[in-house]
Design a protein around this ligand. Sequence first.
Ligand code: ADP
Length: 255
Amino acid sequence: YEKIQMSVDRKDEMAQMALTFNEMMEQLEQNYKQQEQFVSNASHELKTPLTVIESYARLLTRRGFDNRDVAEEAVGAILSESVRMKSMIEQLLQLAKNDELATFQFEETDLFDQIEKTVKPMRQAYARQFDFEGIKDSIVTTDSERFRQLLYIFLDNARKYSDDLVKITLQDEGDSYAIAITDYGNGIPQEALPHVFNRFYRVEEDRNRKTGGTGLGLAIAKQLADGLGAGLKMESISGMGTTVRITIPKRLDSH
Ligand code: ADP
């Protein structure tokens, strides 16, 4: 686009409007570039598992029919890459859906109950220790389902990236409630911390370890927190563990 050129010493309404217009256009251009980058990253990330699937399917056709070991290896790889690809697509759809703030449904709810409701099935599913301590009757106005999704992302990471217990606390902080999720896993290197909320970002060693992650979880968490008016803070010490702090405002209008 063409920037509107105005003499710098003009301070009248026209000059102000020109300035605002230029700023708006710059913002739009930046959004467009980010969108373009996102589509390009998403295509690349989806293509990677597909390439693996293709080459294992070829191996299966060439050598799998008379060699059981080859067949098992190929089918195993095809299955795990398909599962990963499916979860990536589901997460991409979720990112698109959460972009629509109008789909958020706010209601009065008890955070204590919502946390309990999220943690309980995880204890069952993973036979792991999730310790939850908090104050009862912690009433807020929020989108309960989105809140549980947000919490789940952090609980699931704490579980994935550590072997020990996961600790959850809920505290009253006056205008808001603070939820802390702590794990005692490998932690995140300091230089990686500023990037973990970026779409598709994964710490190098986790990328290599093939834990099946997509790098979209925390990007979704950031988006959900923005929609809920919640604050997020991540602290981590390499080799010691990670703590995530979520703050939920008690009143919706105190966003
Ligand atoms: P992924 O699907 O890879 O888990 P996320 O967006 O949820 O994607 O997380 C991005 C990266 O941040 C992960 O790949 C991992 O390297 C790192 N990470 C997130 N949570 C933790 C944690 N609790 N402990 C250690 N590393 C973590």
